[in-house]
Design a protein around this ligand. Structure first.
Ligand SMILES: Cc1ncc(COP(=O)(O)O)c(C=O)c1O
Length: 400
């Protein structure tokens, strides 16, 4: 059928139409209805609430002012940033980590790292296991790209088990995705569990993708895992990184993939089509952060840990029946007490009645199990205590 002249209608695909809008900013249209006596407590986005280190700001200003500062850069990232990241990885993962610069590719953020890796290793219809609760963009991208997410529910505490992974495995399974420390739970998967997963990946010829965006926030600064010491790690492990959270440059879009050179050759083809290269300014900022802002970086990690302690203190008495299930990195994972109320409604009411903005757990899992994600990292530490009365008041009013 022809269209009436003047009518414009773009034909859209089910692939994108069936995906939700980002849960971040989903309540922006309600922000002017927050009660006047309860100013907004925005615990929604996992973004640093502080500016980057002065060294980072200065380097980016210098590069911006340099005549070559806006040129395209190498596809896999600026060589001096790749070298600096390699040095950092050797320090973090220990001297027995077998890593070389050809294992490192800089990307436009960790999200790009994930998407390009998935596109490089899955055919349409291939399955990828996501540990639940998952990072919502992982689930979305798999579906957008034609892969099929399967859901690996936690067994012991919040860590998934290889026994459950074995039960979910099919001949279409290509990868398992773990995020540690987790978004939305903040939970750190212990190195022993990760070691079991590489064994599993090895014996079933699948890839273990580990999103390590929050690795700087692992308590005690201990090594995230020992997988880079495994002689064949390149055959089974892909590790994803971000400079957004601990260097506070999320808008500069810089991250990295650490994986086999063969995989990175394919990833580079994809990057070439999408962004051509990562932002030069952002990469220089990341380089300054890695090489010049070590103390600043540790101070910010300590600052966020102090916010976590305050949040845990406040939640210890389960204000209003809201129960903290886990906390770490940027996030607290909380169960709300309203069994018969959809979590989306709870989130909206918390905002409209109490000025508290959080993300519903349904953004991170396929079912509604009364979860909420609180991002304490960007909260003002002196205001976290307001949760006691606000959550208590919310529960009182809900019972009336
Ligand atoms: C687990 C996880 N991976 C990736 C990202 C995105 O990181 P980037 O800003 O480096 O793309 C986030 C951001 O919230 C995240 O939580």
């Amino acid at each position: 059928m022809g269209r009436t002249s003047g009518q414009v209608r773009v034909r859209l695909t089910k692939r994108t139409l069936t995906q939700p809008n980002s849960p971040i900013g989903a309540h922006a249209h309600l922000l002017d209805r927050v009660p006047h006596n309860k100013p907004l407590l925005d615990l929604s986005q996992g973004a640093p609430g502080f500016p980057p280190a002065p060294e980072i700001q200065q380097r980016m200003a210098e590069v911006a002012a340099h005549p070559d500062g806006s040129r395209y850069g190498p596809l896999r990232g600026l060589p001096h940033l790749r070298d600096a990241l390699l040095d950092e990885l050797r320090e973090v993962y220990g001297s027995n980590a077998d890593l070389a610069v050809d294992d490192v590719c800089i990307t436009s953020g960790c999200n790009q790292a994930f998407t390009m890796v998935v596109s490089a290793i899955t055919e349409p219809g291939d399955e990828v296991m996501l540990a639940v609760p998952y990072y919502f963009n992982h689930d979305m991208w798999l579906q957008l790209d034609g892969a099929v997410p399967t859901y690996l529910h936690p067994s012991e505490g919040l860590s998934p088990s290889v026994a459950d992974a074995a039960a979910l495995l099919t001949d279409r399974t290509r990868a398992i995705v773990l995020v540690t420390p987790g978004n939305p739970t903040g939970h750190t998967i212990e190195p022993e569990f990760l070691a079991e997963f590489i064994e599993f990946a090895r014996s079933n010829d699948v890839v273990l993708i580990i999103d390590e965006t929050y690795r700087s926030f692992i308590p005690g600064g201990r090594a995230p895992h020992g997988l880079f010491a495994e002689p064949d790690w390149r055959d089974h492990v892909v590790s994803l990184h971000s400079f957004s959270k601990d260097l506070a440059i999320p808008g500069q879009r810089v991250g990295a993939v650490v994986g086999s050179p063969e995989l990175l050759t394919e990833v580079a083809k994809l990057i070439d089509c999408v962004t051509i290269c990562p932002s030069r300014l952002g990469q220089e900022g990341a380089h300054a952060g890695l090489t010049e802002a070590g103390k600043w970086r540790q101070d910010r990690v300590d600052e966020i840990a102090a916010k976590q302690r305050r949040f845990e203190e406040v939640m210890a008495d389960k204000p209003g029946g809201f129960e903290l299930l886990s906390a770490g990195a940027y996030y607290g994972w909380v169960r709300h007490p309203f069994v018969d109320r959809p979590t989306g409604d709870v989130v909206e009411a918390l905002l409209l009645e109490q000025g508290i903005l959080v993300i519903p757990g349904t953004a991170f899992m396929p079912t509604d199990e009364q979860h909420l994600r609180f991002s304490f990292a960007n909260a003002d530490i002196d205001r976290i205590g307001e949760l006691t009365n606000r959550l208590g008041d919310f529960a009182d009013r809900s019972q009336r």
